[in-house]
Design a protein around this ligand. Structure first.
Ligand code: ATP
Length: 142
């Protein structure tokens, strides 16, 4: 087992043992299992998956949406220092949809690179939230 610590400026969002943690990185989704080699990498906006036990099926994976951050794997500990992270149960879908629309407008009207990058990050963060609510809906139907 490994200990997954998910920390945001708001505080510790998760700190428990897990068998496998799936993380969005610039090179795509990676899976961290116990005894992973030491690693430092970026996380990008996307979906975090936590498989608590080796025999848990995919339908039992717990999901968080994140806006991205830094990942550190060392020994039996995986730490993600993230700008934002919300558990599937805590995501307000309407808020994410409205924020996505506002961000898309901001992207259209951005007048410099900084404004464009901010709008793009907002879009990605809210798309990740909506992806998690969609996964949750799919699992509830099964
Ligand atoms: P909004 O424009 O919807 O108010 P924001 O841009 O202020 O959002 P962020 O900066 O991404 O939002 O996040 C601010 C805080 O609010 C973070 O703690 C984040 O986890 C939380 N948060 C943002 N959107 C949602 C959401 N749709 N559901 C649950 N928590 C959210």
């Amino acid at each position: 087992m490994l200990t997954f610590e998910l920390v945001t400026p708001e505080g510790v969002k998760f700190t428990e043992e897990a068998y496998e943690v799936l993380l969005p990185t610039p090179n795509g989704q990676i899976g961290i299992l116990p005894h992973h080699m030491p690693l430092v990498t970026l996380a990008v906006p996307g979906v975090i998956g936590i498989r608590r036990r080796a025999d848990d099926p995919d339908s039992r994976i717990e999901h968080f949406a994140t806006g991205g951050g830094f990942v550190e794997v060392d020994g039996k500990r995986l730490r993600l220092l993230a700008d934002t992270a919300e558990h599937a149960e805590d995501i307000d879908e309407l808020r994410a949809k409205e924020a996505l629309e506002r961000a898309q407008e901001l992207q259209q009207t951005a007048e410099d690179h900084v404004a464009l990058a901010d709008a793009t990050a907002l879009i990605e963060r809210n798309l990740a939230r909506l992806k998690v609510t969609e996964i949750k809906r799919r699992h509830n139907r099964m």
